[in-house]
Design a protein around this ligand. Structure first.
Ligand code: A2P
Length: 344
């Protein structure tokens, strides 16, 4: 059976990628309904080589178009206001924003890690897609937790500008152009608090009372919710002048008494669905954004045991956060939902 599918935020960075991923995964679509603000209503988006007209997001658009599956990626305030109308129209909402993620009765899902949580979707009609940095991290944490039992995770991120949407990407490109025109000082700074070209910014999202940022605390809280475990997490989230794909330097501390065997770690990661290991330092082989971009895998490399503590492992983790961290994860949730609903 095929479904009527809406994409809210159809003209955004994640929305545009969603159309490509829906096609790549052969999502069973009857009718596709691209939705955005009144500003872009009437413009066209491309799906499977065909142009489809963007409609204005309204309270009644879900009912009018008999939407059954609604992907939301137009920002938290839009989800807050409009998700209910999609649910009332009988649709399941797969939400890419942070708005519903930590609500106790909303499942927060990475299909490779906690697919069983999808089953409680009926309580609210909403399934939340985790933060991009969390998704690619738990993709590597899950097999390692099964292998040895994780106690603590310390992570530093190197996050691409596309995490801030199209405006973030445009700002980096414009600043690079300004640099070559010797006018970088005068270029616009809207998407980020500081110049991002030729710089790194150790702040993503707003400050919290405990000295961490909101993005960093998302990595703590969402990891625990997805893994169903009180793993201690400390994150430092950093914006870097990369267009696409987030990188993460991860240190995992296992239970006391564990003796990390790097080969076992490598094999556990290789066996896990949609994780790929690139780990040959002598031949300069490790994951990088230019490898992961436009792919659906989470790449892991630089795997090494701590020099001092046998229960600690370090590694580097890279994924295309617009796909793995957003569009692809959402589409995989949708496919899993279809599979589970059909079994009922
Ligand atoms: P629009 O292009 O009409 O503004 P990004 O994350 O790349 O910045 O994209 C944000 C997405 O959210 C765009 O598709 C944008 O549509 C959409 N959006 C922003 N504000 C609204 C709104 N008030 N109503 C509907 N869609 C919105």
């Amino acid at each position: 059976r095929k479904f009527n599918v809406a994409v809210v935020g159809a003209t955004g960075a994640v929305g545009e990628e969603l159309f490509r991923v829906l096609k790549d995964y052969n999502f069973p679509i009857n009718k596709l309904v691209p939705l955005a603000s009144a500003r872009s209503a009437g413009s066209k988006v491309e799906y499977d080589g065909k142009e489809i007209t963007v409609l204005e997001l309204t309270e009644t658009c879900f009912e009018e178009n008999e939407v059954e599956i609604a992907f939301f990626s137009a920002g938290g305030s839009i989800s807050e206001k409009y998700a209910r109308y999609a649910v009332e129209a009988g649709a399941v909402v797969i939400d890419n924003t942070s708005h519903f993620r930590m609500e106790a009765n909303v499942p927060l899902v990475v299909p490779e890690v906690n697919p069983e949580d999808i089953a409680s979707w009926r309580e609210t009609g909403i399934i939340a897609n985790p933060n991009c940095s969390t998704i690619q991290m738990v993709m590597s944490l899950k097999p390692l937790d099964e292998l040895y039992g994780i106690k603590r995770v310390d992570v530093s991120t190197y996050q691409a500008v596309s995490g801030a949407g199209k405006t973030g990407m445009e700002e980096l490109v414009k600043q690079m152009q300004a640099f070559f025109a010797f006018s970088l000082e005068d270029s616009e700074k809207n998407a980020f608090a500081h110049q991002i070209a030729l710089n790194v910014i150790p702040q993503i999202d707003v400050a919290q009372a405990n000295g961490f940022t909101k993005e960093e605390m998302k990595m703590v809280n969402e990891t625990q919710k997805i893994m169903h475990k009180e793993i201690a997490v400390a994150a430092t989230c950093v914006r870097v002048p990369v267009l696409r794909s987030h990188s993460e330097s991860i240190t995992v501390t296992f239970e006391d008494g564990v003796e990390v065997d790097v080969n076992e770690v490598r094999e556990a990661l290789e066996r896990f669905e949609n994780v790929e290991v690139i780990d040959d330092l002598e031949n300069n082989a490790y994951p990088m954004p230019i490898i992961s971009t436009d792919t659906d895998a989470t790449y892991v490399g630089r795997i090494r045991r701590d020099v001092y503590s046998p229960n600690i492992v370090h590694y580097f983790n890279v994924a295309d956060q617009v796909r793995v961290g957003a569009a692809t994860n959402a589409v995989r949730i949708g496919l899993k939902w279809i599979e589970m609903e059909n079994e009922i």
